[in-house]
Design a protein around this ligand. Sequence first.
Ligand SMILES: Nc1ncnc2c1ncn2[C@@H]1O[C@H](COP(=O)(O)OP(=O)(O)OP(=O)(O)O)[C@@H](O)[C@H]1O
Ligand SMILES: [Mg+2]
Length: 154
Amino acid sequence: MVLSFLLQTTLTTLKDTEKFAQKLAACLKAGDCLALQGSLGAGKTTLARALLRALGVSEDVPSPTFSLAQHYDTNLGLAVHFDFYRIKDKRELEELGFDEALSDSLVLIEWPACAQSFLPKQTLWITMRMIGKTRHVTLQSADHTWENRLREAL
Ligand SMILES: Nc1ncnc2c1ncn2[C@@H]1O[C@H](COP(=O)(O)OP(=O)(O)OP(=O)(O)O)[C@@H](O)[C@H]1O
Ligand SMILES: [Mg+2]
């Protein structure tokens, strides 16, 4: 799968993450799949939480590290926040309800690399790198329609 570079930005404070999430959230729709990559502490959960907040979620948004899937009601309908750190095969994804989530929900995935071959082509890959206190964020996808959607939103 060839990913095209779409956009790069830097987030230095939590406020920056919130603002970025608000703009990104404005162009999301049910069925979108966002893969949040980055090493330990890169800010994946923080960004997912800010996106869910921007979509009207007011309840607690914990890391899905232990539950592996957290479900939320959002302004776009259902959203599912997954952690694929320990996923090894398609059957495990099915057990977590991944296909079902993709069919009608917004899907946010931390540690997506283990399940990379099972993710849809339309997945928006968000890579976070921490350099000093700043998070460098890169957005990529194999689906070109993201280009217009993001250009208008960000
Ligand atoms: N843009 C930011 N500015 C300042 N601090 C941030 C930012 N993003 C995340 N942090 C802080 O970095 C820490 C780790 O963030 P977070 O838990 O979101 O990382 P993660 O990538 O989900 O980690 P894990 O690999 O454990 O899942 C938290 O204390 C969070 O508040
Ligand atoms: Mg996390």
